[in-house]
Structures are given as structure tokens and as C-alpha cells.
Design a protein around this ligand. Structure first.
Ligand code: GDP
Ligand code: MG
Length: 297
């Protein structure tokens, strides 16, 4: 089943009774922005459940080395927790040279498919992958480019609001690794959010020998340290490390999201982990005033 959205992302539109509606999932579930807690749709598929913290690829370029969620994150995820956090969806953007394998990587994870003859992506688009992390529903909104990377001119809207940046290069083409620094700089310049979770991913692992992979990985790990990124080698063709990589993305993005919500807890008081509920941000004028007074967001 092709689960890709056929339309571009819609702006919030006004529904009956003056309530704002925002598109919530590609399956056509609409959520009311005026309501603080929202149903997040059907149960998460069993193979998207993350209960332990997924392991890093290499300790030399890992964003963290623990194999469990932080205690206060776990506490906040308890069904009866008094933790003042709201559940969020994290936006993920993929950047990197044309043909390095960005679209194939997304397709392997989201559709478990690989197309050898895949041509340039058509239309800016995103996939939504739903997870359950530490018992709490959580989604990644994974954005793919429309092939504009060929002209080095990706619209700033693509980067805006991204909490996760995935910089991709081809393990069989060292030049694409050198270009990742520029791609990351572009993404950071266009994105004024606070700290983000950054990954450096080498694709097409199936095309290189183990020895070649090791040599390129050494350079890539060095680059990842400079970027403050976590490093992964993957193959969309064979599927090697693809699921492990995206689970790691989900876990790190989730933990960061909860930590940020906990920091803001004096402004927002919402419980998470009570079921398939999701809180949309920025709906209350009180919350905005509070944020403004604290100088956050
Ligand atoms: N052998 C191999 N080819 C790949 C892999 N990933 C992508 N490709 C091929 O590389 C080409 C470009 O891939 P695509 O995903 O469109 O790259 P994008 O422009 O970065 O989105 C396509 O012909 C893919 O079939 C991989 O892991 N292994
Ligand atoms: Mg593409």
C-alpha cells in the first residue's frame, strides 16, 4: 500500500464553528487545533514499538551511549505522571547531494521497498511514521526533497521547524561526504530552532568492500564529530541498518522533545502517556504570554 501523501502539506483551515483544523496524518485524520489533547489515530504497529533505548552504530560518533531513557524522561512517560510535558511530532529533514540515496532510504524504512531505477523525487513531500516510544505514542514527520538539491536551492520552508537533520552521503563517492558540511550549514542557517539532533549517514554500503567502507567511515566519523552528529552506515538496497538507524532517530528525537517539554513545564501542564493523545502547541494565549515572558520559543 502506498502510504505517501499525494498532496502537499496543507495549511490550517477554518472548519465549522470557527474551529481550526490541521492535517494530522496522511491517513486523513484531522485534528482540532482548539482542543488541547487529540486522538492520534489507530494503534501503533508492533514493529514500531521502542521500549529500550536503541543502540548507536559506533561509539566513536554517538550522540549518547546509554541504553536506557533518562530517569526523569521515563517518569514523565508514566501514565499517572505529574510531569508537565506535551507529546509532539518531530520534523525530520533529509539533506545531501542528488542521488546519494535519500529517497531510497526513506522508502526502505517507510515502505520496505527499494527501486533500483528510482528517479528524482517529485514534489516536496513527507512521510509520517508512528512509533510508540517508552510507552508513549510519538511520530516522525520525515521530509524528502523534490530534487532541488541538484540546483543547491532548497526552499527555507523545507528546513523550518526541523528538530532532526539527517545529512546523507554515498559511501562509494567520497566527494558527497565533503559536501555534507555545506548541506548542514544551509540547514542550520535556515532553521532558527534551538539545539537539534543531527545525523551523518553513509548510504549504499552494499556497493563498497568492507575495507573501503572502513576507510571512508574513519573520515566520516571525523566529520560527524566536527558536526556534532551521530554517524551511521546503511544500505537501502539490502536494508542493512536502516530500521536500527530510524529507531535511533525516533528515540533521540523523542527524548529531546520530552526534555524540552519538561523544561517548559512551568508554562505547560499536560500529562503524557495516557493513551493515543497528542497535544498541539501554541493554542493558548496564556501559554504564548508565558513563553514570551520567559523568552523561549
Ligand atoms: N546499490 C545501491 N543503490 C542505491 C542505494 N540507495 C539508493 N541507490 C540508488 O541510487 C540512486 C539514487 O537514489 P535516490 O534515493 O533517488 O537518491 P536521492 O536523489 O538522494 O533521493 C537510485 O538509482 C537508487 O536506486 C543503496 O543503498 N544501494
Ligand atoms: Mg530524492
Amino acid at each position: 500500500m502506498d502510504r505517501r501523501l499525494t498532496t502537499r502539506r496543507k495549511s490550517p483551515s477554518r472548519g465549522p464553528c470557527g474551529v481550526f483544523f490541521v492535517p494530522f496524518s496522511r491517513k486523513g485524520i484531522w485534528a482540532m487545533k482548539a482542543t488541547p489533547l487529540l486522538h492520534a489515530g489507530p494503534p501503533v504497529s508492533r514493529d514500531r514499538i521502542i521500549s529500550r533505548f536503541p543502540k548507536w552504530y559506533t561509539p566513536e560518533a554517538a550522540l549518547q551511549l546509554k541504553d536506557h531513557f533518562l530517569d526523569h524522561v521515563k517518569d514523565a512517560c508514566q501514565p499517572r505522571s505529574l510531569g508537565a510535558v506535551g507529546l509532539k511530532m518531530s520534523k525530520v529533514v533529509m539533506v545531501g547531494d542528488l542521488c546519494v540515496g535519500k529517497t531510497s532510504l526513506i522508502n526502505r524504512f517507510c515502505k520496505d521497498a527499494f527501486d533500483r531505477d528510482y528517479k528524482a523525487t517529485i514534489g516536496v513531500d513527507f512521510e509520517i511514521e508512528r512509533f510508540e516510544v517508552a510507552g508513549v505514542p510519538f511520530s516522525l514527520q520525515i521530509w524528502d526533497t523534490a530534487g532541488q538539491e541538484k540546483f543547491k536551492c532548497i526552499a527555507s520552508a523545507y528546513y523550518r521547524g526541523a528538530e532532526v537533520i539527517i545529512t546523507v552521503f554515498n559511501l562509494a563517492d567520497i566527494q558527497t561526504l565533503e559536501h555534507t558540511v555545506q548541506w548542514l550549514e544551509d540547514a542550520l542557517r535556515e532553521n532558527s530552532l534551538g539545539p537539534r539532533v543531527i545525523f551523518l549517514v553513509g548510504t549504499k554500503k552494499d556497493l563498497v568492500s568492507d575495507a573501503e567502507c572502513e576507510r571512508t567511515e574513519a573520515d566520516a566519523i571525523h566529520m560527524a564529530n566536527r558536526m556534532q552528529a551521530e554517524y551511521w552506515s546503511v544500505s537501502a538496497k539490502t536494508g542493512e541498518n536502516v530500521k536500527d538507524f530510524f529507531f535511533r532517530v525516533a528515540a533521540l528525537a523523542f527524548e529531546k522533545s520530552v526534555l524540552m517539554e519538561l523544561q517548559k513545564s512551568s508554562c505547560h501542564t499536560t500529562q503524557i502517556g495516557t493513551g493515543n493523545l497528542i497535544k498541539m502547541e501554541g493554542t493558548s494565549s496564556e501559554a504564548s504570554k508565558c513563553q514570551a515572558s520567559r523568552g523561549c520559543c
